[in-house]
Design a binder for this molecule. Sequence first.
Ligand code: AVI
Length: 419
Amino acid sequence: MQMESRKIPVDIVDSEGFRLDVCAGLRQRQRSIPPKYFYDAQGSALFEQICETAEYYLTRTETAILDEHSAEMMGLIGQPCAFVEFGCGSAAKTPLLLRHLDSSSVCVLIDICKPQLEQTEARLAAQFPNIKILAVCADYTQLQALPLPVSCDLRPVIFFPGSTIGNYTPEEAQHLLRKAAKLIGPNGSMLIGVDCKKDPAVLNAAYNDKTGLTKAFNLNLLARMERELGAEIEPDGLINNAFYNPVPGRVEMHLVSRFDQVIHLSGEEFWIGEGESIQTENSYKYRPDEFQDLARSAGWDTAMVWTDADKYFSIHLLQVSRIIIDRPQLGLRRKMRKLSEYVEMAASEYLQETGKAELNAHWIAEFFQDNGVQDDYPRQDLIAFCALVQKALTIKFERARKQTLLQLDKAIRPISKTR
Ligand code: AVI
């Protein structure tokens, strides 16, 4: 039986967001534009071509891993399921997994680029007539809930290939992974592709292809700003520069100014000096164990990791282990504290809240997780932390008791003198 594929009429891609993000990015000291704005129709087409270049090993390596292990992957995920792809693009690798999906499963494709999403949905619907395919035009970072069909109680799995996670800073990636765990719930899993650290020469070549497609991809962002935002930019005033920076472990893409110039946008003037740049992308590279630590700090356990023979690329199957709510003060800008500061903070808060000298195990476990101790110090043992806080608490409690006695004494003395 052929099932009808259905478009969900949601288009939450906000064009005003592009203007606001570009203006905010150009006001920063290190100017930057979020890489998600690369992907208009032209940028998406260029990216597809980059993936075909000899130097850009990521796509073919990930595809080969998927091709070899997709049956095992889908077996571990379990059937039927709600297969949700974040940022599907042309979904070139998706069929490798969909071929193992049973007909009671659903597949939800999410992408920010509407024309490409429509084409992808039509292609997959024709290729997999037995699977219900849904298309949602959205920025997956902004989802408030998983866009599943009403009353769908299938176990969800997020497919997030291509090492797109590398385009976020580790802090942003942690935030996004936490959010994904919350969206997908305690039963959920994620199959995620992550590019690995390797010889910088291989990385530099991958982002400086000889055909010049990556350069065109980067420069298209300026053309898009002109087309869609009416930005006025000096023709040929900025040039492409991409390189591996080994300290943070990322490839950086920049648009470097060839001379002092001004970009006019939305009534503002943005001055850029000669040699200064607008950073357009970070592409972080992780060793598999580094990525597992990051995933763990966001509430995901690793069930399995697959790599190629050269260990160029890894695919991780993650399972939600706990759902961590990012409190407002724990957002992206949360400051990392010293461990001793956390100990002090916990002891003071506990004393204030309970007035007790004996630490409660549930209270301290919650503090440990919710206040970021675990994220900042992933190797810190909870029992050892508990002992440190108990010691600080005993001192504080004793000090508070002595102070109370002193104050009582002061208050009683004048009374007894008057008698
Ligand atoms: C989409 N993303 C994972 C690509 C990457 O490798 O960071 C984007 C890209 N930028 C330049 N080439 C490809």
